[in-house]
Design a protein around this ligand. Structure first.
Ligand code: ATP
Ligand code: MG
Length: 396
């Protein structure tokens, strides 16, 4: 079973690439579903077929689904949402507004993740292709299990105790809607699901994230940031898809500067993402819509290769916190020695040069201002130790 998520900056071609991957996967005989987690769905437009809340058969072995938020919420979140709604309307907020507000940030993402987990557990499909929303939202989606788990771990047991103790007393003189046992049960069920979700999504043999980019500066920069965070959350990236590359047969001088720029940007993609493999897709002469054009895209992207394979194994970049509060950024850099290493900072980027080899790392927010304490090589790994994060002292 494989789960493949496509993400990247808005408009780079995520939906088209996801749809064409799903088509090829189904063609190879895998039972495949393409599911969109972007509230602004466009999978149906890409396939040029109507899709809806439930999986809809597109062709042999291929299904498509665009779950609406309200449907996903009702399926997975109903009880908790109702409680949040009753709490909000108790505060005098209009029912309709309460209904809107009860969609807490992240609920939508969670509802979508639950769909995917559900398919995974039921083993209905061999391959699940996920067309994600643009980067920011996807990162929120992927970090959600971790964040919610933290919250549930710490807050929920306390709340539950308080609810059990206080409910009879409070009931007497206020009508505060206390969470019912049903709310707690649902929350506990979710908690178990989150645990499973994390296990499934961080298993590199099951789940791969693929970053779709165009050879353009801002697009690459955003993908690089995503990549850093994916590493931080423990998700495996197995492929970079560089879409809209002007093909060599375009000889009109109008495109000369474009082509030159694209080739420079392509080099910078290699610097930023190596050793993750990069595959390219040309800029087609018209937009990529409908099964036939999507097939051509799959052909350009994968050739004869199986698109569901794990294209890269290993995590070339990891960040861990040592007991002394020090963060260590480890990078796999094969075939080099420590003698020729230089480290440079430029804003939130760390530029590593080893001889002719250059790597460009986007630092997570926590590390941006921390000085590097030391750098050492251990078994093909460059380990960069940052000074510990200073704890804010209490005012005297
Ligand atoms: N290689 C290509 N050649 C020509 N047109 C392309 C190519 N890739 C994508 N397109 C077109 O670009 C537009 C945007 O593509 P797509 O919807 O796949 O991007 P997206 O990243 O999913 O966008 P969004 O962030 O809005 O979800 C579509 O009209 C699509 O047909
Ligand atoms: Mg899209």
């Amino acid at each position: 079973m494989r789960i493949i998520l496509y993400t990247g900056k808005g408009g780079v071609g995520k939906t088209s690439v996801a749809a064409s991957t799903a088509l090829r996967s189904a063609q190879l005989g895998y039972k495949t579903i393409a599911i969109s987690t972007d509230a602004a769905h466009s999978l149906a437009d890409s396939f040029d077929l109507p899709l809806g809340n439930e999986p809809k058969k597109i062709s042999a072995n291929l299904w498509g689904q665009e779950p609406e938020l309200s449907h996903a919420l009702a399926t997975h979140w109903g009880t908790i949402q109702q409680w949040v709604m009753s709490l909000l309307s108790w505060r005098g907020i209009d029912e309709i507004i309460a209904g809107e507000m009860a969609v807490l940030p992240g609920m939508e993402e969670l509802a979508n993740l639950l769909y995917i987990l559900d398919y995974y557990e039921r083993g209905q499909f061999d391959v699940i292709i996920v067309d994600c929303a643009p980067t920011g939202e996807t990162l929120r989606l992927l970090s959600f299990p971790e964040i919610l788990r933290w919250w549930m771990d710490r807050i929920f047991p306390i709340q539950r105790k308080a609810a059990t103790l206080l409910r009879p007393m409070v009931k007497g003189f206020t009508d505060i809607p206390f969470p019912s046992d049903q709310v707690f049960k649902t929350a506990e069920m979710l908690f178990t699901q989150l645990e499973k979700m994390r296990a499934v999504f961080t298993d590199p043999e099951i789940t791969s994230v693929r970053l779709v980019v165009n050879p353009e500066k801002m697009v690459i920069k955003e993908a690089q940031r995503t990549y850093t965070y994916l590493n931080l959350y423990g998700y495996a990236t197995d492929l970079i898809v560089c879409n809209r590359v002007i093909p060599p047969e375009v000889s009109d001088p109008y495109f000369d500067v474009w082509k030159k720029r694209q080739s420079q940007h392509f080099q910078s993609i290699e610097e930023r993402f190596s050793p993750i493999p990069i595959r390219t897709i040309p800029l087609f002469s018209s937009e990529v819509v409908g099964i036939e054009t999507l097939r051509s895209m799959a052909e350009a992207l994968f050739g004869q290769a199986d698109p569901t394979q794990v294209f890269y194994r290993g995590q070339p970049q990891t960040l861990s916190k040592k007991k002394d509060g020090c963060y260590v950024l480890s990078l796999t850099l094969p075939f080099i020695t420590k003698h020729d290493l230089t480290l440079n900072r430029k804003g939130d980027e760390l530029i590593i040069e080893v001889g002719a080899y250059r790597r460009n790392i986007m630092l997570p927010l926590t590390l941006i201002d921390l000085p590097v304490h030391e750098a050492k090589f251990i078994d093909n790994q460059l380990q960069i130790h940052f000074e510990p994060v200073k704890k804010a002292g209490l005012p005297k």
